[in-house]
Design a protein around this ligand. Structure first.
Ligand SMILES: O=P(O)(O)OC[C@@H](O)[C@@H](O)c1c[nH]c2ccccc12
Length: 252
């Protein structure tokens, strides 16, 4: 299934999307494939898979550490594509890659997109790619039907959000905090208001991410948008082998 099919089906049945984020190569390539199979079986709607990078400006401590572990392991993009290609046939869940721009440029945009297609990747997120410069990667992605998922933030003016969502595919990633990835204790009313406003102007599903770590937060966010992305908490739970809690989060 592709991203649109998954999100349409959830909407028709009145359910919300749950998108775990994992760091590729944290624990090695076998672990990556194992984690993907587990999260697919546990009911993840879409999987966000992070490419480790030495200068992850949007990431907090948990994801920075996971990225460092992956790089120290000798993780390469080529190795990640190979693992994804192998596991692709075994799972249903769509893959979205999250990468900073530099690794893509270093690998070569055309080559990167070709490998994404070969590995059955449905979308990519590039947090440091300015919207105005998106054609650097979006032209090549469009040719093969891979979505460039846009991030919108609390500080993006509504007109800009409307413009971004008009041309987007897949879903809109609404960043719920100003700052880096990582668990937050609670969310202010203004953050829910922001999500409602994004929902009003977006013609695509809106998923909220950054700082979501408890079943209660998953439900609260689900009340105002179409689902959530959970990264840092999933990485911690995977690291500690707390699979029951991951199932609980996905089920909430
Ligand atoms: O870790 P958190 O707070 O649950 O946030 C999601 C996040 O990890 C994932 O979507 C992500 C990881 N690194 C990013 C960089 C930019 C945008 C998004 C991300």
């Amino acid at each position: 299934m592709n991203i649109n099919d998954v999100l349409n089906k959830l909407r028709e049945t009145g359910r919300k999307a749950f998108v775990p984020y994992i760091m590729a190569g944290d624990g090695g390539m076998e672990k990556l494939k194992e984690n993907i199979r587990f999260l697919d079986e546990a009911g993840a709607s879409i999987l966000e898979i992070g490419i480790p990078f030495s200068d992850p400006v949007a990431d907090g401590p948990t994801i920075q550490r996971a990225g460092k572990r992956a790089l120290d392991n000798g993780t390469t993009l080529e190795g990640i594509f190979q693992a994804l290609t192998e596991v692709r046939q075994q799972v249903e869940v769509p893959f979205v890659l999250m990468t900073y721009l530099n690794p893509v440029l270093a690998f070569g945009v055309e080559r990167f997109v070709e490998r994404c297609q070969g590995a059955g990747v449905s979308g990519i997120i590039v947090p440091d790619l300015p919207y105005e410069e998106k054609s650097i990667v979006s032209d090549a992605l469009e040719r093969v039907g891979i979505a460039l998922i846009p991030l919108v933030t609390l500080t993006s003016p509504l007109e800009r959000i409307a413009k971004i969502t008009e041309e987007a595919q897949g879903f809109i990633y609404a960043v719920t905090v100003t700052g880096v990835t990582g668990a937050r204790r609670d969310f202010a009313q203004s953050q829910f208001d922001y999500l409602r406003r994004v929902k009003e102007v977006a013609h695509l599903p809106v998923l909220a991410g950054f700082g979501i770590s408890t079943p209660e937060q998953v439900r609260e966010m689900g009340d105002v948008c179409d689902g959530v992305v959970v990264g840092s908490r999933i990485i911690e739970l995977l690291e500690q082998g707390r699979y029951g809690e991951i199932r609980e989060l996905i089920g909430s």
